[in-house]
Design a protein around this ligand. Structure first.
Ligand code: PLP
Length: 404
């Protein structure tokens, strides 16, 4: 029998040609390989709150071990609705407006799959959390990037150009329609916290062009220097055109639990629920029960969380600056974006490889947050969601780093 030559690559979907594996997760593997301090991926190296770990253990002991309702255990959905009311002043119906997913990662892609048709345009601020690019590709959408520009002054803010944003909302000539804008505030990787004026402009453009907003608010409680997190859904006219995405990972230091959610008007919730059901059936049932306990923690918990991360930021930044990095001071989230031109490397990837291998610190090359690698080629990102002693160790290692 004649045999066709077999190349497994021939069987792959075109879609996967359009993105690479996650650079952030790859840097974690490299950190393990070289025994380096991992300031790459955003996960804490300190314990999660005892009461929520206990709640998870109890849920397993009480045999909450089978599928939960596919769109989320009632206790967690009720807790999400209550927290939304108390913290953001928005009333949502836990029966019709919430989908619990496997992390906000699944909530984001399930949302895009639920709303995008092939060729729809989705606006994304750049630099962006690296998942948004592949998320758009997998859902058939075309990402349209709008630049966030780094501050010129040491203590300034990342900002965008109003005209560039307006232009992105127009159809792009090839007739594709702008379906949605993704907003991530507080922002990864820049630490930007979008202010009311910026969000009102986004609101006005969404209303004018009949576009949805998908807002990733996973760092909502991690803000510094008097910055205030504003939920886009609270702005007049946005309640019915916003999908708010959030999760347990960052607020409760449980990135491995994989529990997140989307909050959206009922018709959009219905569509997200359908996609979610066939993607994953449901998020881990006992951890959803523990999530309900987490969402009922007192306000003091969130104050302490933000204070702790502000201290960590104020510990890492001087060490980076002393070593020769230019730091862009984050106002939220737990990353610091830096500029590396003092070290004389051709690009961020070479620099990150040197840092993990020779200095013993893993960071994330800036290019992974941009569509065009050259735009991030003199930037790298550090995560500071670590124990003080981990950051001390990083500080000591940074003393080995030579300027170019
Ligand atoms: N969204 C942003 C902006 C993030 O930075 C991250 C993780 O780093 C995620 C989503 C992933 O969240 P989850 O663990 O809920 O999937």
């Amino acid at each position: 029998m004649a045999q066709a030559s077999f190349h497994s690559k021939h069987f792959l979907s075109d879609k996967v040609e359009h993105f690479t594996e996650s650079v952030i997760r790859e840097m974690t593997r490299q950190a393990m390989h070289y025994g380096a301090v991992n300031l790459a991926q955003g996960f804490p190296d300190f314990p999660a709150p005892a009461e929520i770990k206990r709640a998870a253990q109890e849920a397993i002991a009480e045999d909450v071990n089978q599928y939960a309702i596919t769109w989320g255990a009632k206790s967690l959905r009720v807790a999400i609705a209550r927290k939304m009311r108390e913290w953001r002043g928005i009333d949502i119906d836990s029966e019709t407006e919430v989908v619990v997913c496997c992390g906000s990662t699944e909530a984001m892609i399930a949302t895009l799959l639920a709303i995008c048709n092939s060729g729809d345009q989705v606006i994304v601020f750049e630099p962006f959390y690296e998942n948004y690019g592949p998320d758009a590709v997998l859902s058939g959408a075309k990402p349209r990037f709008v630049s966030l520009r780094p501050p010129q002054m040491p203590d300034g803010e990342w900002s965008f150009d109003e005209q560039e944003l307006r232009a992105a909302f127009q159809s792009n000539g090839s007739g594709s329609k702008t379906k949605a804008i993704i907003v991530n505030t507080p922002n990864n990787p820049t630490g930007k916290v979008f202010n009311r004026k910026e969000l009102e402009l986004i609101r006005d453009l969404c209303v004018e062009h009949n576009v949805l907003a998908i807002t990733d608010e996973i760092y909502e409680h991690i803000v510094y220097d008097g910055s205030v997190h504003i939920s886009l859904a609270t702005l007049d006219g946005m309640r019915d055109r916003t999908i708010t995405i959030n999760g347990l990972s960052k607020s409760y230091s449980v990135t491995g639990w994989r529990v997140g959610w989307a909050i959206a008007p009922p018709a959009i919730t219905d569509a997200i629920r359908k996609v979610h059901d066939f993607l994953t059936v449901g998020a881990p049932a006992p951890l959803q029960e523990a999530g309900a306990v987490a969402l009922n923690l007192p306000a003091s918990y969130y104050r302490e969380l933000a204070d702790r991360y502000r201290n960590r930021r104020d510990q890492l930044m001087p060490a980076l600056e002393k070593a020769g990095f230019r730091c862009y001071r984050p106002r939220g989230a737990y990353y610091v974006m830096t500029e590396i031109s003092a070290f004389g490397f051709a690009n961020d990837v070479e620099f990150a490889a040197h840092l993990v291998k020779e200095v013993g610190i893993a960071c994330v090359p800036g290019s992974s947050f941009y569509k065009h690698a050259k735009d991030g080629s003199q930037q790298v990102r550090f995560a500071f969601c670590k124990k003080p002693e981990t950051l001390d160790e990083a500080g000591r290692k940074l003393e080995k780093l030579k300027r170019g």
